[in-house]
Design a protein around this ligand. Structure first.
Ligand SMILES: *[C@@H]1O[C@H](CO)[C@@H](O)[C@H](O)[C@H]1NC(C)=O
Ligand SMILES: *[C@@H]1O[C@H](CO)[C@@H](O)[C@H](O)[C@H]1NC(C)=O
Ligand SMILES: *[C@@H]1O[C@H](CO)[C@@H](O)[C@H](O)[C@H]1NC(C)=O
Ligand SMILES: *[C@@H]1O[C@H](CO)[C@@H](O)[C@H](O)[C@H]1NC(C)=O
Ligand SMILES: *[C@@H]1O[C@H](CO)[C@@H](O)[C@H](O)[C@H]1NC(C)=O
Ligand SMILES: *[C@@H]1O[C@H](CO)[C@@H](O)[C@H](O)[C@H]1NC(C)=O
Ligand SMILES: *[C@@H]1O[C@H](CO)[C@@H](O)[C@H](O)[C@H]1NC(C)=O
Length: 255
């Protein structure tokens, strides 16, 4: 009997937790605007219901009716009366966080939940050639690509690059990715995050001709425009993702 109650209470907890809409993550480039829509159908009962958009569950951003933008958000936030969406302008890092829409009447009802993450544009990376060698007459180039907080060494020939050694990155910078690959006779280093990317490129022929190496570019199969399968990608290490998934999983179950 006790077990049954226990199970039931877990079930109720799960139901209770899943009632507000699951939060949606939105990445926004610093300085840009974003419009957040309500996630369920909303009609406001006249003279009873008021809709609030809140930041981090504590600070009111806007309300309607009457249409009010609260002090802290004057000039940077607006409620669109037609569909109750929230327009946030010129987002800065400090605006990252949870945005909730709540209809307050006889009860409070959550009608939208967003997790906003504001990111800066990535800086263009810098690709430098470290050494050249000839392997049985074909050109072997070692390059280093440096992004803001991350760098990676690769060894490339005319068809592919492979990573050499570990990538160096700042401990906490999980977001920017650096990938080095060969496409169309160029070595391409692509620095990217969720909102932007930038690249630096070097033509293999130009690098290798200086040393008279053979650089016969191998024709690509039809329809294979970019050798993305060769990309050396440095992202969040797998185990960390797993730990996060397990952690979130446990949190959901209510452990
Ligand atoms: C170079 O060519 C020789 C003979 O053709 C071969 O035995 C050797 O494995 C090749 N080396 C590399 C690095 O490909
Ligand atoms: C190219 O040269 C680098 C350094 O000289 C070496 O570490 C790498 O193994 C070479 N690449 C290949 C495919 O042999
Ligand atoms: C380029 O390097 C890869 C692996 O390092 C090798 O499999 C491939 O044969 C090389 N291609 C040329 C043209 O040397
Ligand atoms: C990349 O290569 C440079 C020079 O060849 C070396 O000083 C550096 O330690 C290497 N970095 C990594 C992350 O392996
Ligand atoms: C990444 O680099 C930027 C600019 O170089 C710096 O402001 C920021 O603190 C760095 N981030 C981390 C996590 O090291
Ligand atoms: C760079 O990476 C981003 C994100 O993965 C991708 O959208 C973009 O097309 C890439 N650009 C190039 C030139 O590879
Ligand atoms: C990627 O590199 C190419 C060639 O250098 C350049 O024309 C282009 O503007 C770059 N794109 C970005 C977004 O940096």
């Amino acid at each position: 009997m006790a077990t049954m109650y226990f199970t039931l209470s877990i079930l109720l907890t799960l139901l209770h937790h899943s009632e507000p809409s699951a939060e949606t993550s939105v990445f926004v480039q610093k300085g840009q605007d974003v419009r957040l829509n309500v996630q369920t159908h909303v009609t406001l009962k006249k003279d009873v219901d008021v809709i609030f958009w809140k930041f981090n569950t504590l600070h009111n951003v806007v309300k309607y009716p009457a249409k009010v933008t609260f002090e802290r958000y004057q000039g940077r936030a607006e409620l669109i009366a037609g569909d109750f969406s929230l327009l946030l302008k010129n987002l800065q890092e400090g605006d990252s966080g949870l945005y909730d829409a709540v209809v307050s009447g006889n009860n409070d009802r959550n009608v939208a939940t967003y997790l906003i993450k504001v990111q800066e544009r990535v800086e263009p990376p810098v690709l430098t050639v470290d050494s050249l060698s000839s392997i049985n007459g074909t050109c072997n180039v070692t390059v280093t690509c440096r992004g803001q907080n991350i760098s990676v060494n690769s060894s490339c020939n005319s068809s592919t690059c492979s990573q050499v050694g570990e990538s160096r990155r700042a401990e906490t910078s999980t977001v920017p990715l650096l990938s080095v690959y060969v496409a169309g006779g160029f070595i391409i280093c692509n620095h990217s995050n969720q909102v932007s990317w930038a690249n630096d490129t070097k033509e293999i022929k130009t690098i290798c001709l200086e040393k008279d190496f053979d650089v016969t570019v191998i024709p690509k199969p039809e329809g294979d425009k970019e050798d993305h399968n060769y990309a050396v990608t440095v992202g969040m290490p797998g185990p960390i993702i797993h730990v996060i998934i397990i952690f979130v999983g446990c949190a959901l179950i209510g452990w």
